[in-house]
Design a protein around this ligand. Structure first.
Ligand SMILES: NC(=O)c1ccc[n+]([C@@H]2O[C@H](COP(=O)([O-])OP(=O)(O)OC[C@H]3O[C@@H](n4cnc5c(N)ncnc54)[C@H](OP(=O)(O)O)[C@@H]3O)[C@@H](O)[C@H]2O)c1
Length: 335
């Protein structure tokens, strides 16, 4: 099959490209050419926000499947969906579980609706999840053909450029006392980018026009188990010091960002790690063990010099060493 990947040179997109090539598909990528390039694909460089670039992309071409990995603004996605109408059979849009109305205060289920957001909304018309809901609508109204919506939960794996698992692996590899947030028993729900890539292609190849929450089984790791996995794969002597959530919040430690993957419990976060995935699993989703994800991410990361590791594309992830140390000292004195 002929597959076009919008994006395709970074984390999830790169896995989609690699999986498509493994399956013998002919792959075209469309991106600006600033985030690197991949062998074995036809690369077309252009900006999806530029109408002339979109016209040049589709001119005389037709694809069986388009996978849109980098749509964040509804009106930008609307323009791509309209431009690709008649030039592709299936449009697979990589959305997010955060597009579900009320999530994570409300449960994320296959029956959940989407946040209110117009299909031509601009970048300032909502937060990330709201805008992704608008992007889904943009594909629905703008594309004439099969529309497939993939709503991933929290994605980990090799090539991660958000600096969640890479930050923890790097920090834990340094050893010593490591500040661990909250409680080791908190269940998580993680998915490997490679499993999302495989599922997206399975559904697209079959011409499925549907919407799926795509994440791992609830509780496929706990905060304690995955930090221990990080310790095992890095061969570190780290010891984890579990510090109370409120103690960290009182010291203005930023959830998700300063301590990546830390979602302090509370009414706003009640359902964060427990989305329902029945439909995706029934449709054939396979979710590898989290240990495999952690191990393979370390195998990839260890080849990259520490000073070159990217901790987040738009903001710095990871707590500063002196702040971590100060909090640990205060915690020990208190307890
Ligand atoms: N990480 C998570 O936990 C998580 C969870 C749920 C959902 N998601 C979703 O998963 C997707 C992640 O995608 P990703 O990892 O592949 O990376 P990404 O960082 O969203 O996409 C980057 C890709 O898009 C290209 N790109 C960026 N701006 C462009 C533009 N204006 N025109 C053309 N190409 C452009 C980049 O290449 P150039 O820079 O060279 O242009 C690169 O190939 C997103 O849709 C995200 O919402 C992520």
């Amino acid at each position: 099959m002929r597959i076009l990947v919008l994006g395709g040179s970074r984390f999830l997109g790169r896995h989609i490209v690699e999986e498509a090539l493994l399956r013998g598909h002919t792959v075209t990528t469309f991106n600006r050419g600033v985030s690197g390039s991949l062998p074995g694909v036809e690369e077309i460089h252009g900006d999806r926000e530029d109408a002339a670039d979109l016209e040049r992309l589709v001119d005389g071409r037709h694809w069986d499947i388009v996978v849109d990995t980098c749509g964040y603004v509804p009106r930008v996605v609307l323009a791509s969906a309209q431009a690709l109408s008649g030039h592709a059979t299936t449009y697979a849009f990589i959305s997010t579980i955060s597009a579900l109305d009320g999530f994570p205060s409300k449960p994320g289920t296959d029956e959940s609706g989407l946040w209110a957001c117009e299909p031509d909304a601009g970048p300032d018309d909502g937060d990330y999840g709201v805008l992704k809901a608008g992007c889904e609508r943009a594909v629905s109204v703008g594309f004439t053909g099969n529309a497939l919506f993939i709503q991933p939960g929290l994605i980990l794996g090799p090539y991660e450029n958000v600096a969640r698992l890479p930050w923890w692996l790097t920090r834990i590899s340094h050893g010593g006392q490591v500040l661990a947030p909250g409680s080791p028993t908190v269940p998580m729900q993680l998915i490997d980018a490679r499993d999302i890539a495989a599922f997206t292609l399975d559904q697209s190849e079959a011409g499925v026009a549907d919407r799926f929450i795509v994440t791992g089984p609830a509780g496929n790791a706990t905060y304690g188990s995955w930090l221990e996995m990080c310790k095992d794969v890095t061969g570190s002597d780290a010891s984890f010091v579990w510090v109370d959530d409120q103690f960290l919040l009182d010291r203005e430690v930023g959830p998700f960002v300063e301590l990546p993957l830390w979602a302090p419990p509370g009414p706003d976060m009640d359902n964060f790690w427990s989305a329902s995935t029945e439909r995706a699993f029934a449709a054939g989703l396979r979710s590898r063990p989290v240990l495999e994800t952690v191990r393979d991410t370390w195998e990839w990361l260890r080849e990259i010099p520490e000073e070159s590791r990217v901790y987040g594309s738009s903001r710095q992830h990871g707590i500063a060493p002196d702040k971590e140390q100060a909090i640990l000292e205060e915690w020990h004195k208190r307890s």
